[in-house]
Design a protein around this ligand. Sequence first.
Ligand code: PLP
Length: 382
Amino acid sequence: MSKTSLPPLVDLGRLAAENPDTISLGQGIPFYRPPRYVLEEFIGVIPHPAIHRYAPDPGLPSFRKDLSMKLKRDNRIIAEPDEIIITPGANLAYFIAASTIADPGDRIGLISPYYFNHEMACTLLNIKPIEIPLTEDFELRSEFVEEVLADPRTKAITLVNPSNPTGKVLGIKELKMLRNLLEDYEKWLISDETYEYFVYEGENHISSASISGLSERTVTIGSLSKTFGVPGWRIGYLHAPIEFIKEAIKVQDTTAITAPTPSQVLGELLLQERKELIPEFFEYMKQNYEIAKKRLEEVSWLKPTPSRGAFYLFPRIIDDVSYSNGFDFAKQLILEAGVYAVPGEAFGKTGERHLRISFGNTTPNKLNEAFDRLVAYSPPEQ
Ligand SMILES: Cc1ncc(COP(=O)(O)O)c(C=O)c1O
């Protein structure tokens, strides 16, 4: 257990809270909430006795059915309801996927910079996380993937698409490259698509499991947290071939038993309204993306990188700036500039000398104010 590091946001979050004037571009949560009419419908269901009981282990049948339709329509994944497990959030879905695929001593490759909870889950399970570094321009190189897959101890690779923390959106060429390698080496893909609806600049989100040859070796992970602004309700899911689900359900039963029944009911209501809600939420997020991207160009000590998805920019701190450790840099930024951003190191070695700026968590006005502060700030030079 002690091998697993503390969540990187804890210390910095505390420091930001102790300095109440700080503007947080830290946590990757959206600032919108579900609309009142959905919540009122939900409140109407609460007195029903069934809502206070356990749901079946893999989730409410009606919700799994709705999710299978959503996966077919929105993701082009041929998903049957019994190939889906509803989980209390995408993080537990990852834990279930990793522990179903790999045993202690095995390895899982993480495309890096990675989402830190994936690294933490592997370490907790005694699975060795191995970084597959992106290049400086966030290109995914087949030789780096192959090097990890060629090790017989590697059981899977993990990707986050669109990426937390880089905002990189994987295109069809990269996914087909991965497909070819995963087929050759007969390994699994864990595809975390938590930010599936948030892609900008004409990018397209392609679900890994929609690609022939990948569908049979992919575990797709999804979440309602970001899509509908409900991270507190803990609603996620995984989709995988039925043989996989038969094993994975053991982990769900041992850990959560099932996702909370009220959360599943709310999730079902939100999913039914998604054609109305998602475009509206997307517009908020796109507006923030455009502000953040434009304003970043004014910050002379940060170099933009190609981010076109999720809620994040991941610029590089230029070489002229004195830099020994990202966590110290982020603390200094809170204390001297009044802005909280997450140091790139939290997402692996490839993240060094970067900052993750979350534009999802704040209103356009506050976001502009945070950038005013970043523009005015001059970090010490080398
Ligand atoms: C890539 C990724 N996966 C999963 C999660 C957690 O999702 P959930 O709230 O559904 O557990 C996050 C939250 O930041 C995330 O960025």
